[in-house]
Design a protein around this ligand. Structure first.
Ligand SMILES: NC(=O)c1ccc[n+]([C@@H]2O[C@H](COP(=O)([O-])OP(=O)(O)OC[C@H]3O[C@@H](n4cnc5c(N)ncnc54)[C@H](OP(=O)(O)O)[C@@H]3O)[C@@H](O)[C@H]2O)c1
Length: 491
């Protein structure tokens, strides 16, 4: 065997029978493979408890592979066959060193070099996460450094349940992997529009002078899903929407919107500014939090059961499926600017967007002119249909002087001819290339938990009951009051 490890890669997907692996990880790996972005000497090992042969495993992952990057039928079929030939499967228990030694033996049958770069993707529930990390370490899988050849581990959210469980996880994982070997994924950071946020802010001269309390009235970030829990309550019910969506995805968006310009685009500089920003976000007070839980759809609407009617959810569950939060950022740039966040399942739409609402124009010479003009607004639509829009006041064409609010619209689908990669493609490629800026550092993680842990403790210890809202609605009306208290309205 050769001793080189530079251009050979083994990817071990732990939890390979699961939803994330089949829907996201293997399709992303195939997309990278089709674009020639994975090393030629590639081995992919799936590992989980389910009994499968290599053949049945390959069948299980084929369903979600797409030919986006190789549209011709013949070349796609050839690529798919070649990709699947790199994929192998071993079944075993997650905490068993013997099972991982077995995996190691099988890996060696396929690896062309004795010292190959190794990427471990932990696509498993948090309950078995540390068992797997320890077993990987005990089986001698992990090179102790990030130099050549390297070992890296990808960890999925949730990273803990609160500040102390997160610290414990960070500590325990550090016995197996050094911090620079750990890639904590928040897949929102891999989304194109989110990656564009820093470019928008720092590569366009017009925004930076306006980006402060002087010109911005409020910032709103909303995440809405029209579906309910649909039998997947096991995990969600223990976490609720604040831990599942707000503490990670939404707070990451806040940090990119509100952070100071980094000294460079290096991952260290970006992460440093994100931590600094998160450390200036005040811990959420109970008076600034509205929690909700969806009930059955009202009569006349398409039928949908309430959250606690789902068979995977306990009848007396107090888990929140909706949350609205008013955040305060205590620094000179943002003092007094409300950051309103809301996230919910079972709502009236599918949408994730960031809205930056600017202040009214002072002494507007057009104030007596007819027509309705609203303050400027920058809208960053993450999904569906990625777009960046800037809402301006415009004269309506015609002989009269009528004003109207219109959008300057950068809709990705029409503005760019390039394919928009799935977030997981970008993120997995970054792991392979050792690029860390789109991953969560332990410092960010701790600061993000500090924002929510005190209020979550209050909610849990007082058994606070979330407010009911009908499936398919906009959420509890108390969220409207929260916005009014912040002197704004939800957009
Ligand atoms: N699905 C998504 O879109 C998504 C998005 C963001 C983050 N995540 C995170 O990614 C991880 C994996 O998500 P997933 O949706 O793929 O999870 P999943 O389908 O529930 O679980 C993945 C695999 O883990 C094993 N497993 C499930 N429950 C287990 C248990 N209680 N004890 C031991 N093993 C168990 C199962 O494999 P075997 O029974 O074959 O061992 C299953 O196929 C989770 O941490 C999740 O929070 C998922």
């Amino acid at each position: 065997m050769l001793e080189s490890g530079s251009n050979t890669l083994t990817i071990v997907v732990v939890g390979a029978s699961g939803d994330l692996a089949r829907r996201k990880i293997f399709p992303a790996l195939f997309a990278l493979y089709c674009q020639g972005l994975l090393p030629v000497e590639l081995t992919i090992m799936g590992f989980a408890r389910s009994a499968m042969t290599d053949e049945s495993f390959r069948e299980s992952i084929t369903e979600h592979l797409t030919c986006r990057y190789t549209p011709e039928e013949r070349s796609c079929a050839e690529k798919m066959d070649a990709f699947l030939a790199c994929c192998h499967y071993v079944s075993g228990q997650y905490g068993s060193t013997d099972a991982f030694l077995d995996l190691f033996m099988r890996m060696q049958e396929h690896e062309p070099h004795s010292r190959t770069n190794r990427l471990f993707y932990l696509a498993i529930p948090p309950s078995v996460f540390m068992d797997v990390a320890r077993a990987l370490g005990d089986a001698g899988f992990v090179y102790c450094d990030d130099s050549s050849p390297w070992s890296r581990v990808v960890v999925e959210k949730p990273f803990g349940h609160d500040r102390s469980s997160s610290d414990q996880l960070v500590e325990e994982l550090s016995h197996v992997f050094a911090e620079r070997q750990i890639f904590r994924i928040d897949h929102y950071l891999g989304k194109e529009v989110i990656q564009n946020l820093m470019v928008l802010r720092f590569a366009n001269r017009i925004f930076e002078p306006l980006w402060s309390r002087e010109h911005i009235q409020s910032v709103q970030i909303s995440w809405a899903e029209p579906i309910g829990i649909e039998g997947r309550g096991g995990y969600f019910d223990q976490y609720g929407i604040v831990r599942d969506v707000m503490q990670n995805h939404l707070l990451q968006m806040v940090s990119l919107v509100a952070m100071e310009p980094p000294a460079s685009t290096s991952s260290a500089a970006i992460r440093q500014e994100k931590v600094r920003l998160l450390e200036t976000v005040a811990a959420v007070g109970i008076e600034d939090l509205v929690l909700g839980q969806y009930t059955a759809a009202p009569a006349g609407a398409p039928p949908a059961p309430g959250y606690t009617e789902d068979e995977s959810v306990p009848d007396d569950s107090l888990a929140s499926t909706y949350a609205a939060v008013l955040l305060h950022i205590n620094n000179p740039r943002w003092e007094g600017v409300p950051f309103l966040l809301r996230a919910g399942k079972g709502l009236d739409r599918k949408s994730t967007e960031i809205r930056i609402l600017f202040r009214e124009t002072e002494a507007n010479v057009f104030s007596g002119v007819s027509g309705h003009a609203e303050p400027n607004e920058l809208i960053i639509r993450v999904q569906p249909n990625e777009a960046i829009m800037f809402r301006i006041t415009s004269k309506v064409p015609g002989l009269e002087m009528d004003l109207e609010t219109r959008d300057l619209d950068l809709e990705y689908k029409t503005a760019f001819s390039e394919l928009i990669p799935d977030a997981y493609e970008d993120l997995i490629l970054d792991v392979i290339q050792g690029e860390r800026s789109l991953f969560i550092s332990s410092g960010e993680l701790a600061a993000a938990w500090d924002v929510f842990t005190p209020v979550l403790d209050t909610v849990d210890s007082n058994h606070i009951r979330p407010l009911p809202y009908p499936f398919g609605s906009t959420g509890p009306s108390a969220a409207m009051d929260l916005a009014i208290r912040a002197d704004t309205v939800w957009r």
